[in-house]
Ligand binder design. Structure first.
Ligand code: GLA
Length: 384
């Protein structure tokens, strides 16, 4: 997390003396359950110790004045109720404010300095961290009384309406509800969740960033979502009560195979199987059987790569190397896809070997260095 003193000093520098308040919201990892959230399925994310943090103070006007530390202290302002700023980073603020206003909130102007250490484009949801941080801060600053669940939805709808990604709720939910040492087993249809302790003995979470930025991610993401909805539309003709893929069994999907676009069928099959894998992984976790959890994680990667079509050669390569290491229990691409990082569960004694092997072979094959990201499962959005 960025040092609070940096935020404090920069705030004083740009906006003068007077006490700002400080807020932070984390990025996330996801153990298993990918592309299931917008299909009403389950996910198993955890908040991490990489976060977006900010110093913020109301300014008594209708202006929002922003300084982004991660963009070399770029400064930008916009008027609440005015046009959307062109810069995406400012659009997250604009979107959260607009979503709040549409829900009847009276949001005033403010000055804010923000920055963070959630790696960008690594599939760790830096954008959800920013939305959750802005939402949590404004809720406290203007006493808006939104529930945590509403804040997560406000973040998600900011993506839909102001960024153009029709994402599910996993990232914002994890960023807001995460708890140290726990993963969040979230039912994305009902939004009921359990905090499941996650401290597997002798096993580490290793993240390896391909350093491939997902340029296709937002457009292809929306295509995948639409393909799932096409599948649901076919089933709905026979069972009108079906709203989400979550309500469809594999048998039912197969029975209507011929009526579906083959690509749409493949995507839907992945989602139905991914939900099953998550259930199997949760059952195995309860027994402390991380070998089984790892098997499910590998199977998820195969599905994401071959059925869902959201992997890339770099991600596949890092996962393939994992399969040669007996101490790697499971590895897969994480997040929306088309780049970003691989998450692996690795026995402590094998971590160094696996990382060294990936670094060496990756450099030979792709002529670039992958980045190893250390994370700990940490608390969700909060005032600091
Ligand atoms: C992105 C989205 C999430 C989720 C994942 C894939 O991170 O923001 O809602 O769909 O991709 O599981």
């Amino acid at each position: 997390m960025i040092d609070k003193k940096i935020l404090k000093d920069k705030f004083a520098n740009y906006f003068g003396e007077g006490k700002p308040r400080f807020f932070t919201a984390p990025g996330r990892i996801n153990i298993i359950g990918e592309h299931t959230d917008y299909n009403g399925g389950y996910v198993l994310p955890g908040a991490v110790d990489k976060a977006i943090s900010m110093a913020i103070r109301p300014n008594g006007t209708q202006l929002v004045n922003l300084i982004s530390i991660d963009h070399d202290d770029a400064a930008l302002f916009f008027r609440i109720g005015g046009p959307q700023p062109k810069e995406q980073w400012a659009s997250y603020f604009f979107g959260v404010i607009e979503e709040m206003r549409q829900r009847g909130a009276n949001v005033g102007g403010f000055d804010a300095v923000f920055g963070g250490d959630v790696p960008l484009g690594a599939g760790m949801s830096s954008s959800a961290a920013l939305e959750s941080c802005v939402g949590t801060a404004l809720n406290a600053l203007f006493d808006l009384k939104f529930s945590k669940q509403e804040l997560a939805k406000i973040g998600q709808m900011t993506e839909h309406h102001y960024i153009g990604v029709r994402c599910g709720i996993m990232d914002q939910f994890a960023s807001i509800f995460g708890q140290k040492g726990h993963v969040v087993r979230l039912d994305c249809r009902s939004l009921m969740f359990d905090l499941v302790p996650f401290k597997p003995k002798g096993i580490e979470i290793v993240l390896i960033d391909t350093m491939v930025k997902h340029t296709l991610a937002s457009s292809e993401y929306n295509v995948r979502r639409a393909q799932c909805e096409e599948g649901v539309a076919v089933i709905k003709k026979y069972r009108p009560e079906v709203e989400l893929l979550r309500d469809v069994t594999m048998e039912e999907l197969e029975a209507h195979h011929a009526e579906m676009d083959p690509m749409s069928f493949k995507r839907c099959a992945f989602v139905i199987n991914e939900n099953k894998r998550l259930m199997a992984a949760c059952a195995a976790m309860e027994k402390g059987d991380f070998v089984e959890v790892g098997k499910q994680i590998y199977a998820t990667h195969d599905g994401l790569s071959q059925e869902y079509g959201v992997s890339c050669p770099e991600l596949d390569f890092i996962v393939d190397i994992a399969r040669e290491h007996k101490d790697v229990l499971g590895a897969r691409m994480m997040g929306g896809g088309f780049g970003g990082c691989v998450i692996a569960l690795v026995k402590k004694e094998g971590v160094a070997d696996y990382i060294a092997d990936v670094k060496e072979k990756y450099m030979v094959k792709f002529d670039k260095d992958p980045r190893v990201i250390e994370v700990e499962i940490s608390d969700g959005a909060r005032e600091i």
